[in-house]
Design a protein around this ligand. Structure first.
Ligand SMILES: [Zn+2]
Length: 512
């Protein structure tokens, strides 16, 4: 067996004590952990990589990401970080020249809170002025609302209804389920293009130290792209997929249970979107928004509808994860989970958990519900979240520490392309809770460095039933590791970079 080793490392195994020394790897697994001298005595110098005192960590896991969104983002028009409505329209106009007749213009990532001129959504007539012959849709950064031009509205007349609360004919605004449906109807680029883009996206993730990622928007196209990427050439990426409700019957009928698939691609279960986002005021709150009349947001499924799905999934051996941002949605969801016998064995997860209450946290702990959170949201949301929810609800807003203290497993993710998928940025956010204005948001909810790293390693592994195989540096586990540019400590997290990534014992990225 070919063996390689890292020596002269500051090993942060996550499970067990931090130590100075090294790790021997063979056959894709961690074979030995010990001192530099002991390793050098066993291996020839050619097989040893000297890390020069730099930190060695288990590979990062993103427990909530949308790789297909990232793939489409490389093919669609990127609207992130645009600072005004007029700049937005200029970028759209620029793209129009490159479109084929009839081709959709799909833009994604605009954020009205960043607009310096008018902090409002773009509207149909503005888009018409720059793109009238081709159908166009511009999706907000949160992915819960989008705006159509007149050409697109004409093509989508079968699914658009003026009486639908998710559609506004005047402004072209579409929301939530309707937006999802529309995105599904837009023709995909050819698969060769998608697989090329997927390879590019996964290589970028390696650069960020991500060795396993969890796809939270599984559809047939995602599975096809991942399988074709795995088949095309040896490529040691790992993606775990939660399928959207329209595929629940397919999974049940085929006998697919959680963890079905290959080492690269596994189906885990069902993803249900219970509500929207705080940014778009579609997250479902128990009490109305503080800044929006009597609006409480949108609940996508009643408790009974959710319960029916969860029961079917649970009986079929599928894990259930539910997107819940508001406390109203979280309450309904834990209440449904509580009515399903044995649900804890399939590790139900709540995604986001932005606004909770003591009652919800207690119920989650009782039922063994995992909280899958995106610490980096604090950076983006904290400056405006008080306006949305008011002071009284702040104690249970992004309250990761309260979740930990209740004994709940808290796993970390990014929700990219909503936010950057750099796990070091997520860890930094969990530790510091600094927002983009430099203020610290509810400092009591800060987590320790170890707790924060666990979110993106061993606790994320637990959330996908892989804690015995990945998520820590331990003898016998898969050799998934990252080396950082400097010493890992609380004060330099924002300056650290990944300099080497190993998956299954293979170096997939190195700038070292
Ligand atoms: Zn998501």
């Amino acid at each position: 067996m070919k063996r390689t080793a890292f020596v002269n490392a500051d090993v942060f195994p996550v499970v067990g004590e931090r130590y100075k020394g090294g790790v021997i790897v063979g056959d894709g697994r961690i074979l030995y952990m010990g001192s530099n001298d002991s390793i050098r005595a066993m291996l020839s110098e050619d097989d040893v990589i000297d890390l020069g005192g730099k930190t060695l960590l288990p590979g990062f896991i993103d427990s909530h990401i949308h790789p297909f969104g990232l793939i489409m983002q490389t093919l669609n028009l990127d609207l992130t970080d645009i600072r005004s409505l007029s700049e937005l329209m200029d970028i759209v106009e620029d793209r129009v020249r490159k479109l084929e007749p009839g081709e959709w213009l799909v833009g994604r990532g605009w954020d009205d809170t960043l607009f310096g001129d008018k902090k409002r959504f773009p509207e149909r007539d503005e888009i018409d002025r720059v793109v009238s012959e081709n159908p166009a849709i511009l999706v907000r950064t949160c992915g819960h609302v989008g705006v159509l031009n007149t050409k697109a509205i004409g093509l989508l007349s079968d699914v658009l209804d003026e009486k639908d609360e998710n559609f506004d004919l005047q402004t072209g605004l579409v929301k939530e389920n309707l937006l999802e449906r529309i995105i599904d109807m837009i023709p995909l680029p050819p698969y060769t293009k998608l697989v090329d883009a997927a390879e590019h996206v996964f290589r970028n993730m390696f650069k960020l130290g991500l060795t396993t990622v969890v796809d939270m928007g599984g559809k047939d196209a995602n599975l096809r792209v991942y399988q074709r990427l795995a088949a095309r050439q040896h490529f040691p990426f790992r993606v775990r997929v939660y399928m959207m409700p329209e595929h629940l019957s397919d999974m049940i009928n085929l006998g697919v249970e959680h963890r079905f698939g290959s080492s690269e691609v596994k189906i885990m279960g069902l993803k249900v979107l219970m509500d929207g986002s705080l940014g778009a005021r579609t997250a479902y709150l128990a009490m109305p928004y503080a800044d929006n009349g009597g609006n409480k947001g949108i609940l996508n499924y009643s408790e009974q509808e959710l319960l029916d799905m969860v029961k079917r999934a649970n009986e079929a051996g599928l894990q259930v994860v539910a997107h819940v941002i508001g406390d109203g949605a979280a309450f309904v969801t834990v209440s449904a989970f509580g009515k399903v016998d044995g649900i804890q064995y399939l590790r139900p997860r709540l995604e986001h958990c932005q606004i909770l209450s003591k009652e919800i946290v207690d119920r989650m702990a009782q039922l063994g519900v995992i909280a899958s959170v995106q610490p980096v949201f604090v950076f983006y949301d904290a400056p405006w979240v008080v306006e949305r929810i008011g002071e009284e609800r702040l104690g249970y807003a992004y309250a990761w520490k309260k979740l930990k203290d209740a004994g709940i497993v808290v796993s970390g993710g990014s929700d990219a392309p909503v936010c950057s998928c750099n796990p070091l940025k997520g860890i930094w956010s969990a530790v510091t809770r600094v927002d983009r204005n430099g203020n610290v948001f509810t400092p009591k909810e800060r987590l320790s460095l170890l707790e924060s790293v666990k979110m993106f390693t061993i606790d994320a592994a637990y959330s996908i039933f892989e804690e015995s195989d990945i998520g820590s540096i331990e003898v016998g586990k898969k050799a998934d590791m990252v080396a950082l540019s400097g010493k890992l400590d609380e004060n330099n997290l924002d300056r650290l970079q990944v300099i080497l990534t190993m998956v299954d014992g293979e170096i997939v990225f190195s700038s070292f």
